[in-house]
Design a protein around this ligand. Structure first.
Ligand SMILES: NC(=O)c1ccc[n+]([C@@H]2O[C@H](COP(=O)([O-])OP(=O)(O)OC[C@H]3O[C@@H](n4cnc5c(N)ncnc54)[C@H](O)[C@@H]3O)[C@@H](O)[C@H]2O)c1
Length: 265
């Protein structure tokens, strides 16, 4: 299903080692983009880049803690050094809660806001919200300086609109991503850079694997999803691709909800 829609483009994907980010990296590379994958899990990022290269794509893994201003700037600089430009960004690095480690089955879940430490709250904000802001800022600066105005896609969540029990921190961080997207998109119209968001519903990734492994958790996710199934990562990658090509050339400051029909208001 590749049409070379991103030929000669350079895409930077945070959280590119796993789940939604990894699917976006794979999809964008299949469309001809040279891809930089930034992730805190360097082994998995290297594996993802190798997988893309093994199928004829071009990819480069970079160590990134999304919460670090200097590491975001360094990741964008690595893209410039390696491939000469930045055209597209997908900000997919994220946590479901402070103790979350992607792929780890027994990550510590939050017990709800009533008992949450300020440190745990702050970590979720630092990665999920400030992390998105930092890569938006660094990438936009590179696009403006390089004369390559492009696209930015921020992975929010239905939780930007729909409150989820036991996930106040996550919901607030994603609502922040949605407002960041709208407000930054407004500023970036001056430069021809489009900034949009995606609010996935429940998608089959390591993030939902733990909840999905329990009957109660699986029923809760399916019960909120009119289509009666979880989404798959390629469905989000296709949405990200749409928002990263001229197919969406008149669209900025918007959020799309590939969420199986979930009502987000
Ligand atoms: N899976 C879902 O149902 C779902 C739904 C809505 C939104 N999302 C969002 O999609 C994004 C991707 O999640 P996923 O489901 O693919 O989970 P995932 O665990 O498969 O992927 C998350 C990736 O982010 C990386 N990461 C985590 N913290 C990081 C940090 N500080 N710096 C850099 N990289 C970091 C992880 O190593 C991992 O590779 C997240 O923002 C998540 O909130 C997921």
């Amino acid at each position: 299903m590749a049409n070379n829609q991103l030929n000669d483009k350079v895409a930077v994907i945070t959280g590119g080692a796993s789940g939604i980010g990894r699917a976006c990296a794979r999809r964008f590379a299949a469309e001809g983009a040279r891809v930089v994958l930034g992730d805190i899990n360097m082994d998995a990022a290297i594996d993802a880049a190798a997988q893309i290269e093994s199928t004829g794509g071009t990819a480069h893994a970079v160590r990134l803690d999304a919460a670090s201003p200097t590491e975001n700037v360094a990741m964008i600089q690595a893209a410039l050094d390696k491939y000469g430009r930045v055209d597209a960004v997908v900000a997919a690095a994220g946590l479901s809660h402070a103790g979350y480690v992607s792929g780890e089955r027994h990550a510590r879940a939050t017990e709800g806001l009533l008992h949450q430490s300020p440190e745990d709250w702050q970590r979720v904000m630092d990665v999920n919200l400030t992390g998105v802001m930092l890569v938006n800022q660094a990438a936009a600066q590179a696009m403006i300086e390089g004369g390559t105005p492009g696209t930015i896609v921020n992975i929010a969540s239905v939780a930007a609109k729909v409150p989820l029990r036991g996930a106040v921190d996550y919901c607030v961080s994603k609502a922040g991503v949605w407002m960041l997207t709208k407000a930054f998109a407004l500023e970036m119209t001056d430069y021809g850079i489009r900034v949009n968001a995606i609010g996935p519903g429940f998608i089959e990734t390591p993030m939902t694997a733990r909840a999905g492994a329990h009957a109660e958790g699986a029923a809760r996710m399916l019960g909120m999803t009119p289509m009666g199934r979880l989404g798959v990562t390629d469905e989000i990658a296709n949405t990200a691709l749409f928002l990263s090509t001229d197919q969406s050339s008149y669209t900025t400051g918007q959020i799309l909800f590939p969420a199986g029909g979930m009502f987000t208001g």
